[in-house]
Design a binder for this molecule. Structure first.
Ligand code: AMP
Length: 391
C-alpha cells in the first residue's frame, strides 16, 4: 500500500483540495440520483471535524475545456448542501483563493474543472493553480483515477497527498480481491463481447485459479472449439484470440469454465419461447441467451470451494426475462457464501452493478465498485495514474 489514507494525514486547520466524483444524473435541473454525492460525505466531514477546509474539485459532463453554462456544477449545489447538512460556498476557479480565505472550515465547491482547457491535458500550469489553493491534496474519486488529468494526477505531486475514505475503501477491496487475495480466486467474466474485454481476460488468466466465462462472450469461446452456436451473438473473427486465451489459461494453471448447457430462443425478446439444451446442441435457427441450470450448479460448486470471487459482466441477457436466471442464481450463490463469511466477493462495471441490483444482492457482496472504466482498467492490471500519483 503506497498511498496514505486520509485518516493518517494531519489535516488539522488545513486547506484540503479533494478530488470527488459528483458527476450525477440530472433531469429538468434536479439531481435524480444523489448516490455519488452521498458517498463523499465521510471524507468531507472528516476534514471539517479536524477544523480543515474541504475544497471540492470535480468534473461534470464533457465540456472539453470550454465554459458550457449547462454543465455548471452549480446545479448539484442544493443536493450537496442537503447531503452535508450545511451551506457550501460555490466559486469559479479564478475567485477561489478569496472564497477559501473568507470561508474557513466550510465546504467549498469549485466550478466544473473541465471548463479549464488544461484539465484533460494534465497541464502543470493548471496543477500549480490548484496546488496554490491548498496545503494537502486528497483524491476521493476512484472512478476518475484511470485518467491522467491535472486534478487527478499533476496536482497530487505538488502537495502531500492522500486517499479519501471512499478511495481507500475501494483500493483496499480491490487489493483484497486481486492483489493479495485469499485463494482459490474465481473470476466471473460475462457480458456481450470478447473484443471489449481482451486485456481483462489476458490479465486474469495469469492471476486467478478459475475463470468462469458467460454471456455473449462464452459463445465466441464455444465457437472457437468448433461448436455451432446458431444465430447467437458471437465474434467468429476472434476464434484465434479465444483459443490463445484458453491456451494461456492452461499454461497458467487457471481452470476455464464455459457453459455446459444453455438457454436458447428464436428471438432476443422478453418471454420469448425458449428451451434448455446442451451447449453443443444449439439449433441452427436459435440463439443462446443464458447459461442453463447445470452450468449454474457447476458455478455454485466452484464458488463453494473458493475464498474470493471477482465479477464483471452478466452471464446472460439479464435485462429480459427469463434470461436473467443464471446471473441471478449465481449472484445469489456468491451473496449467500459471502454472508456466511466464507467468501470475499467484489464486483464492478456498469452492467454488473445493474445485474446485481436486479438480483437483489448488491448489498450482500463484500464490495461493489460503481466505477466503470477505472474498475475495468484495474481488472486489466493497468496502473491507474490517479492512484500511482498518490504514492
Ligand atoms: P457488457 O457491457 O460487455 O458487460 O455486456 C452486457 C450486455 O451483454 C448486457 O446488455 C446483456 O444483455 C448482454 N448479453 C449477455 N449475454 C448475452 C447473450 N448470450 N446474447 C446477447 N447479449 C448478451
Amino acid at each position: 500500500m503506497a498511498w496514505t489514507p486520509l485518516s493518517d494525514m494531519d489535516v488539522t486547520g488545513k486547506r484540503v483540495l479533494v478530488r470527488v466524483d459528483i458527476n450525477v444524473p440530472v433531469e429538468d435541473g434536479r439531481v435524480t440520483d444523489a448516490t455519488r454525492i452521498n458517498r463523499i460525505v465521510p471524507t468531507v466531514q472528516h476534514i471539517l471535524d479536524a477544523g480543515g477546509t474541504p475544497i471540492l474539485v470535480a468534473h461534470f459532463g464533457r465540456p472539453k475545456g470550454q465554459v458550457v453554462p449547462d454543465m455548471s456544477l452549480r446545479i448539484v449545489l442544493p443536493a450537496l448542501e442537503q447531503a452535508l447538512g450545511q451551506t457550501v460556498k460555490f466559486t469559479e476557479l479564478d475567485a477561489a483563493a478569496d472564497a477559501i480565505a473568507f470561508n474557513k472550515n466550510q465546504p467549498i465547491l469549485l466550478e466544473n474543472i473541465r471548463f479549464e482547457p488544461g484539465e484533460e491535458k494534465n497541464d502543470p500550469a493548471l496543477a500549480d493553480r490548484l496546488a496554490a489553493l491548498c496545503d494537502v491534496y486528497c483524491n476521493d474519486a476512484f472512478s476518475a483515477a484511470h485518467r491522467a488529468h491535472a486534478s487527478t494526477t499533476a496536482v497530487a505531486q505538488l502537495r502531500p497527498s492522500c486517499a479519501g475514505m471512499l478511495m481507500a475503501a475501494e483500493l483496499s477491496a480491490l487489493e483484497a480481491a486481486l492483489g493479495t487475495p485469499k485463494r482459490p480466486v474465481v473470476a466471473v467474466v460475462g457480458g456481450a463481447k470478447v473484443s471489449t474485454k481482451l486485456d481483462l481476460l489476458g490479465n486474469l488468466v495469469s492471476k486467478v485459479d478459475h475463470l468462469v466465462i458467460g454471456g455473449g462472450m462464452a459463445n465466441t469461446f464455444l465457437a472457437a472449439q468448433g461448436i455451432a452456436v446458431g444465430t447467437s451473438l458471437c465474434e467468429h473473427d476472434l476464434a484465434d484470440t479465444a483459443r490463445a486465451i484458453s491456451a494461456k489459461a492452461a499454461d497458467a494453471g487457471c481452470a476455464l469454465h464455459l457453459p455446459t448447457d444453455v438457454v436458447v430462443a428464436r428471438e432476443f425478446a422478453a418471454n420469448a419461447p425458449n428451451e434448455t439444451v446442451p451447449a453443443d446442441a444449439c439449433p441452427s435457427d436459435a440463439m443462446i441467451l443464458d447459461a442453463g441450470p447445470e452450468t449454474v450448479a457447476q458455478i455454485g460448486e466452484v464458488f463453494a470451494k473458493a475464498k474470493t470471487v471477482i465479477w464483471n459482466g452478466p452471464l446472460g441477457a439479464f435485462e429480459i426475462t427469463p434470461f436473467d436466471r443464471a446471473t441471478v442464481a449465481a449472484a445469489q450463490a456468491a451473496a449467500t457464501l459471502t454472508k456466511m463469511g466464507k467468501l470475499t466477493s467484489v464486483a464492478g462495471g456498469g452492467d454488473t452493478v445493474a445485474a446485481l441490483n436486479h438480483a437483489g444482492v448488491a448489498g450482500d457482496f463484500t464490495y461493489i465498485s460503481t466505477a466503470g472504466g477505472a474498475f475495468l482498467e484495474w481488472m486489466e492490471g493497468k496502473t491507474l495514474p490517479g492512484v500511482a500519483a498518490l504514492g
